[in-house]
Design a protein around this ligand. Structure first.
Ligand SMILES: C[S@@+](CC[C@H](N)C(=O)[O-])C[C@H]1O[C@@H](n2cnc3c(N)ncnc32)[C@H](O)[C@@H]1O
Length: 462
């Protein structure tokens, strides 16, 4: 069923505005030129009884053959919506997540570089599995039949500032070199090109300053969201991502909507919240993972490999039963305490949510299996050091959170509250018998090794 929205006086609108019907919406266009609008069924008073429809229009779509486009004149756009409705544009929620955010830069006390030993544990635990995967599954013949393998291109998606990305790249590079040597002992090794990807605000300077001088690869930074394509089509031979596919691209709109059952009042995450909240997060995660796999499928050549180390939770657990959840809950409760003391309003806390989701294994598997561009070569739980080993003290736990979340928190609450917030957090963690009890830490990493199908085999698959 189609509904229509007309875009009036397109050319006279400022570039970041859009009109639907009579309504000119002066809202910013999203990261990829996507304008998001909440469309409500029916009149305002019946809001709560009707579901919301969030539609995405891309400027590209507005100018597509489906749109009756003629710049400067009103145009009509078909919007595919699953029910007949008279759209009534009520309001637009600004996307609460900044377009770009990053882990703490530099190499100081609060930096990601100094406080990512837990994430490093995942890379360490995956080393042997990656080597085995490359030895068994990297098909040099297949790769060279579909593309040039000189240079051999590797990319790390969500690299941050190091040092973990450098370790991962070294492991991959050595495994690939070994494979070339065993298959073509007399041939010269290809050159290696490594692309380091992260958000534009990532501190790439720190990363590039720490590149080992004796490295056997050329390095380039590729800034931009990995939920879209960041590299040319069919240009990549090995994709990697670690501890990054838990950051969702945006917050589900309904968790910020006081009229929605998914409104996440007084909390900063889905853990311990109503099931509607976690369902909204899960839906966003599934959409994002699909977008990630789609983008990587375009970038990887047929036969190319992708290794993902994905933070997750066991199936039997809800994430509120893991320390991932309870630690975030503790941070949220510190913010609420500060709001109650007048540092800022409670509404300020209501409008802050962390864009993080830890999928239960089954959910992750289902999303990956749904993608037809890759074959699943390996999927298993990593045997990485648990939190109480990687971060034995309350101080470590606090710095781990500060390094990851301070940027987002500062953006919303201001930098002046950070010291107090993390002091409070540190005290709460120390007092929490649950959080510091190793038996309660059920957070896991999944290793997923995928192989890009060649176009022909993809067409053959059912
Ligand atoms: C916890 S860090 C992991 C860094 C590194 N891979 C490691 O193992 O230590 C997650 C990184 O993913 C990045 N990230 C999150 N969402 C992203 C996106 N949509 N596009 C690119 N990078 C993203 C963050 O900025 C952050 O640097």
């Amino acid at each position: 069923m189609y509904s229509f929205a007309s875009i009036s006086s397109f050319s006279s609108l400022p570039p970041s505005s859009l009109a639907i019907g009579r309504h000119v919406l002066p809202y910013p266009v999203g990261e990829h030129g996507i304008a998001r609008y909440t469309m409500l069924h029916g009149p305002r008073q019946s809001r709560s009884r009707h579901p919301h429809h969030v539609i995405s229009l891309q400027w590209r779509d507005l100018l597509s053959p489906h749109a009756n486009t003629s710049l400067g004149r009103p145009i009509r756009v078909n919007i595919n919506i699953d029910q007949d409705l008279k759209p009534c544009v009520e309001d637009e929620r600004a996307i609460k997540l900044p377009k770009s955010y990053a882990m703490n830069g530099g190499d100081g006390n609060y930096s990601y570089a100094q406080n990512s030993s837990y994430q490093r544990g995942a890379v360490d635990a995956a080393k042997e599995l990656i080597k085995e995967g490359v030895a068994a599954k990297l098909d040099i013949k297949q790769l060279s039949s579909s593309s040039s393998i000189n240079p051999f291109c590797i990319a790390d998606f969500g690299c941050s500032t190091g040092p973990n990305t450098l370790l991962a790249v070294q492991v991959i590079l050595e495994a690939v070199e070994q494979k070339f040597k065993s298959e073509k002992p007399t041939a010269q090794l290809p050159e290696f090109q490594v692309f380091f990807n992260d958000h534009v605000l990532n501190d790439f300077n720190t990363l590039f300053q720490s590149l080992p001088p004796e490295r056997r690869y050329r390095a380039a930074g590729v800034a931009g969201s990995f939920y879209g394509r960041v590299l040319p089509k069919a240009s990549l031979h090995f994709a990697f991502s670690s501890s990054s596919l838990c950051w969702i691209s945006e917050l589900p709109e309904e968790i910020l909507d006081s009229n929605s059952p998914a409104w996440n009042k007084g909390r900063i995450h889905y853990t311990g919240a109503r099931k509607e909240v976690s369902e909204a997060y899960a839906l966003q995660y599934a959409k994002d993972l699909e977008a990630f796999l789609h983008a990587r499928a375009e970038e990887l050549v047929g036969g190319g490999l992708m290794a993902l180390l994905v933070p997750a939770v066991p199936n039997v657990m809800t994430s509120s039963e893991t320390t991932i959840g309870t630690e975030i809950d503790l941070l949220g409760s510190c913010l609420m305490d500060m709001a109650k003391m007048g540092s800022f309003s409670e509404a300020k806390v209501d409008s802050f949510n962390l864009p993080l989701y830890f999928p239960p294994i089954e959910e992750l598997e289902a999303s990956i299996e749904a993608n037809t561009s890759f074959s699943i070569e390996r999927m298993e739980i990593l045997n990485n050091p648990p939190k109480h080993v990687a971060m034995p003290s309350v101080r470590h736990r606090t710095l781990f959170f500060r390094a990851c979340f301070e940027g987002l928190l500062e953006n919303h609450f201001g930098s002046h509250i950070m010291d107090e917030l993390f002091e409070r957090y540190s005290k709460k963690v120390a007092q929490s018998s649950f959080t510091m009890n190793p038996d309660n830490d059920k957070s896991i990493f999944m290793l997923v090794l995928l192989k890009r199908k060649s176009e022909s085999s993809q067409n053959d698959s059912p």
